[in-house]
Design a protein around this ligand. Structure first.
Ligand SMILES: Nc1ncnc2c1ncn2[C@@H]1O[C@H](COP(=O)(O)OP(=O)(O)OP(=O)(O)O)[C@@H](O)[C@H]1O
Ligand SMILES: [Mg+2]
Ligand SMILES: [Zn+2]
Length: 281
């Protein structure tokens, strides 16, 4: 990633609140929140003025404690949920200069199917648990416009191979798989349309350490070979350290620190980031 390169994805002032707000929390300058929460009306300010860029081929890490807004941010970017306000731009010939959040749901679906891959924190959100594994991949291939069954099977097998799912299990339903295997099927599915951008939400959380290490190696290998831009979300700075070139630190819905991962680890500026870094040692 070189600074003079154009960002591939550019997010500006993304806001997401749950609830309608009240007199005492309407104004972002004067509102008094408990973490991200208005005690008067119960509105949650899950993402507040989030801005960042993702460069071609880089892995951007997003780290922050539980409830800091990481999954909400990913869901907004993937159009699973409407943003309250904000802009996102995707810098290719087709989409350049349009705020994607303002596009029709049909256009958004097109972007999901052709430009994005998503690995959800909870595999239930990313997979049909009682479809076969290869069927899950085929579903995404069909959404991306493929019709040739033989071709789809070839692609599906190759992808399952990439994520080390034994082919004799390809007809099996992911509900029979271990957590680590389910995450790997999600990764295979997310890669099936050759997306330039891949979102990974807590992809290693809940896996035991050896499986975690294998998934991390897999992600690195994919990034090296396919040069996909990735946004990797984790509450675990140890995971982010292993994967991310640059890192954003989120707290209570806000980005409180941003920089090269090495720099953040060496010289954290915000007190919360310092606490995160020292807890690694
Ligand atoms: N549908 C919803 N309705 C109301 N509040 C919500 C909703 N979804 C998320 N929130 C709130 O938004 C905030 C951010 O949640 P989010 O799931 O994005 O956090 P996170 O950083 O992904 O946490 P974790 O590390 O636990 O996954 C939390 O306070 C959460 O309670
Ligand atoms: Mg989350
Ligand atoms: Zn309020």
């Amino acid at each position: 990633m070189l600074k003079h390169e154009q960002p591939l994805l550019y997010v500006q002032n993304l806001q997401k609140k749950f609830g309608s707000g009240c007199e005492s929390c309407k104004d972002s300058e004067t509102r008094m929140l408990t973490k991200n929460y208005c005690a008067h009306c119960g509105t949650v300010y899950a993402c507040r003025n989030v801005s960042f860029e993702v460069y071609p081929g880089e892995i951007l890490g997003i780290v922050g404690e539980s409830g800091s807004g990481k999954s909400t941010l990913m869901q907004c970017l993937y159009f699973d949920t409407e943003v309250t306000s904000g802009e996102v731009y995707f810098n290719d010939m087709e989409l350049r200069n349009q705020n994607l959040f303002t596009l029709s749901s049909q256009k958004k679906r097109y972007i999901r199917n052709h430009k994005y891959g998503m690995v959800y924190q909870n595999p239930v959100n990313g997979l049909k648990m009682n479809f076969s594994s290869i069927g899950n991949i085929a579903e995404k291939l069909i959404a991306a416009g493929n019709r040739n069954v033989g071709e789809m099977e070839t692609v599906g097998k190759r992808l399952l191979g990439t994520v080390h799912i034994p082919l004799f299990r390809m007809k099996e339903e992911p509900k029979n798989f271990s957590g680590g295997m389910q995450q790997r099927v999600q990764i295979a599915k997310a890669l099936s349309n050759n997306p330039p951008v891949l979102f990974l939400d807590e992809v290693t959380t809940g896996l035991d350490l050896s499986v975690q290490a294998a998934v991390i190696d897999l992600i690195k290998k994919i990034q090296r070979e396919l040069h996909i831009s990735m946004i990797v979300v984790s509450h675990d700075l140890a995971v982010i350290r292993m994967l991310a070139d640059r890192t954003l630190v989120m707290l209570n819905g806000e980005v409180i620190e941003e920089g090269l991962t090495d720099q953040i680890l060496e010289d954290p500026i915000h007190a919360y980031t310092q606490q995160l870094v020292y807890s690694l040692l």
